[in-house]
Design a protein around this ligand. Structure first.
Ligand code: CTP
Ligand code: MG
Length: 385
């Protein structure tokens, strides 16, 4: 049973007052539209994703979505209802459809689960939250004075996505004769369909007014949780090899030998980043048996790990690398190393630490047979709901 998702993003966003329509404004480094689409596209139950944008904004949308695959980008209408209808025309034979606002960027997967489950016994399902504030009308004396209090008992705040059996919502749209509807559930209900209410989520609040962006940014940051990864590596010192440490080539009588450029510090750093992500180690991503990594510049490994963190919606807060050797002296190269790593991770140099220590001439590092490196990485990743 195919489940499709429609993300409507064809509005003007007039109340938000941004120069670009709000769905293209970024929060946490990504457009609202991109957040909303990502949440639906990566949900395991959703197989088809349709994005609805205004005339002339398809390219803007495709650019904002980057490498996130959607099945179609279609053109919406002057009212939300028309935009939904345009999306409906593109869902094909899907039996269930979720209709979502791009202006609600953060969608916990648990809400999608609840909506789909509710369709076992209902034609439609909506997420909603209870109203906790006192509700009142604006008074008539000045237009800014307090009027009558409205009983909040039995009132709910309705959110999206709203899920429907496709036949039911198609029929409801066809039969709707009212004025512009701001959501689809009211149309389904007017056509006599049963719409279930499931628990919504505070993360789903819609971005409507200018101040909502700062609040969304705060929510986005709050859902990131801190994680730490450690890395350790050793390479043998040999004559006739180049010495690369932290992406900097150092003049020295010996260099490190290994399959790649043997930059022991960057290998430790790569493992620290992968460790924080919980995604294997450098050997799993770049098998030494694979000839394409022969002599490879190790900044590629670091960049790959940083990119995986970015793709997971994470941020790198800090990395700390320790190089363990008697020689060469690391101090004179420290800042060049920090700059090189900061470039690979696309973070400010203040987030990169490089340290060095000897082992008092003890052990393999003390005898100059090899160089060891340790690294720690602190990152923040989105919490799974
Ligand atoms: N929407 C749409 N087509 C329209 C109007 C709205 O696809 N003709 C979408 C918006 O892009 C948004 C969602 O419906 O994702 C909810 O609408 P709303 O928050 O009202 O957005 P806008 O209409 O863009 O904002 P405003 O009303 O402030 O102009
Ligand atoms: Mg609107």
């Amino acid at each position: 049973m195919t489940i499709a998702a429609i993300i409507v993003a064809a509005g003007k966003g007039e109340r938000a007052g941004t120069s670009l329509p709000k769905q293209f404004v970024t929060v946490g480094g990504k457009a609202l539209l991109t957040h909303a689409v990502t949440a639906l596209a990566r949900h395991p139950r959703i197989e088809r994703t349709i994005v609805v944008v205004a005339e002339g904004q398809a390219e803007l949308a495709a650019h904002a979505l980057g490498d996130i695959l959607v099945d179609a980008i279609v053109i919406g209408g002057a009212e939300r209802q028309q935009s939904v209808a345009a999306g409906m025309a593109a869902i094909g034979d899907a039996r269930i459809v979720l209709i979502h606002d791009a202006a609600r960027p953060f969608l916990p997967s648990s809400v999608v689960d609840r909506l789909i489950a509710a369709l076992d016994t209902a034609d439609g399902a909506i997420p909603a939250l209870s109203v906790v504030d006192t509700l009142a009308k604006v008074g008539a004396k000045t237009g800014e004075d307090l009027g009558d209090v409205v009983d909040r008992n039995g009132l709910i705040r309705v959110q999206t996505p709203q899920a429907f059996r496709a036949n039911a919502i198609r029929d409801a749209h066809n039969r709707w004769t009212g004025t512009a509807a701001t959501d689809d559930a009211q149309m389904a209900r007017a056509a006599g369909y049963m719409v279930a209410v499931v628990e919504g989520h505070a993360m789903l609040d819609k971005i409507t007014q200018p101040a909502d962006f700062a609040e969304a940014e705060r929510k986005w940051n709050q859902r990131l949780i801190s994680r730490t990864g450690l890395g350790y590596d050793v390479h043998r010192l040999a004559t006739g090899e180049d010495l690369w440490l932290c992406g900097v080539k150092i003049d020295h009588e010996k260099g490190l030998s290994g399959h790649s450029d043997a930059d022991v510090a960057l290998h430790a750093l790569t493992d620290a980043l992968l460790g924080a992500l919980g995604d294997g180690d450098i050997g799993a991503h770049f098998p030494p048996s694979d000839p394409q990594w022969r002599g490879a510049a190790s900044h590629r490994f670091v960049e790959h790990a940083a990119n995986l963190i970015k793709q997971a919606g994470g941020v790198i807060d800090h990395v700390d690398v320790t190089i363990i050797c008697e020689a060469p002296k690391i101090g004179p190269h420290r800042d060049a190393m920090r700059i090189a790593i900061a470039g690979m991770l696309a973070v400010p140099i203040t987030k990169v630490s490089v340290k060095a220590t000897t082992t008092e001439r003890l052990g393999f590092t003390g005898r100059g047979e090899g160089i060891a490196a340790q690294a720690a990485a602190t990152i923040r990743l989105p919490e799974e709901e």
